[in-house]
Write a protein that binds this ligand. Structure first.
Ligand SMILES: [Zn+2]
Length: 277
């Protein structure tokens, strides 16, 4: 029996926000759910926040974990979840927590809450983010559009040209550029956003370093009881586009999640839960 991969992060947010009763009953035909989370930080208050679907607030995490506990579900680590997938118990519903990419706010904002709820958790680290060598291109695109008064680029022979003074115009620009580039080869996407970021004066390496845990911080965090560190590729490449994955690694990898960029449009609030062994 396979674990169902629930595309319910946004629905879960809404359910927790409204404290809907027995939120997971409808999901509990499966053995459990893996919450695929990213940033955990106080709401930044930006009217233009196209990557909002990739963050939750500390309050949300606290309420979600309280709800999981109050419903009597098991909070399990990824190894236990894998065991449940292999041999599900019918009587228990389990929840596992995956924090992808290696954001520093996981330590600063999520950790105290996870400790309080005694919740096991896994940080799936993109090693290039820890190095500061890989680009958080979707964040960089957001930052560039926020910084520039006008965004112009040519994608597949089509000129995309947006004035970006107002949040709504910024959202439209982001959606159009994002999806136009997503249809192109990954190198083209990354190069185009790097060029736009440079035009906006964004230091891509500094942006990554400001948001992600570095190796010293990861080493210190790794001693945390209940925390597992898993892999999430070197560069956060779109694995579906790369059938030949570079298997060279210096870490013994037991757990990995596959980067699968959420549909970052505010109109498409779907985020796949893709924790996998
Ligand atoms: Zn990721």
């Amino acid at each position: 029996m396979n674990l169902r991969h629930f595309a319910f992060a946004s629905a879960f947010k809404a359910i927790v926000a409204t404290r809907a009763h027995r939120w997971a009953r409808g999901l509990s035909q499966g053995v459990g759910a893996i919450l695929m989370l990213h940033s955990v930080r106080p709401w930044q208050g930006h009217a233009f926040a196209p990557n909002q679907l990739l963050e939750i607030t500390p309050e949300w995490l606290d309420e979600a974990l309280a709800l999981v506990r109050s419903e009597g579900y098991d909070l399990v680590d990824m190894d236990e979840m894998a065991a449940l997938i292999a041999g599900p118990r019918r009587d228990r519903f389990a929840v596992a927590l995956s924090f992808d990419d290696g954001f520093r706010d996981n330590r600063d904002h999520a950790l105290p809450i996870l400790r309080r709820h005694r919740a096991p958790w896994t940080v799936h680290v993109t090693t290039g983010f820890a190095d500061g060598t890989a680009a958080l291109w979707w964040v960089e695109l957001e930052a560039a559009i926020r910084a520039l008064p006008r965004v112009t680029m040519t994608v597949a022979g089509r000129i995309l040209d947006h004035e970006t003074h107002e949040p709504e115009a910024m959202h439209i620009a982001f959606d159009e550029i994002y999806w136009a580039l997503r249809a192109r080869p990954e190198a083209e996407l990354r190069n185009a956003i790097a060029a736009l970021g440079a035009e906006a004066g964004i230091d891509s390496a500094a942006l990554t370093h400001n948001l992600c845990l570095d190796w010293d911080e990861l080493r210190a965090l790794a001693a945390e009881p209940g925390l597992t560190i898993g892999a999430h590729t070197k560069t956060h490449m779109m694995l579906a586009r790369h059938p030949l994955v570079d298997r060279s690694t210096t870490w013994p990898i037991r757990l990995a999640t596959r980067p699968r960029q959420a549909r970052a449009s505010s109109r498409l609030p779907v985020m796949p839960a893709s924790g996998r062994r």
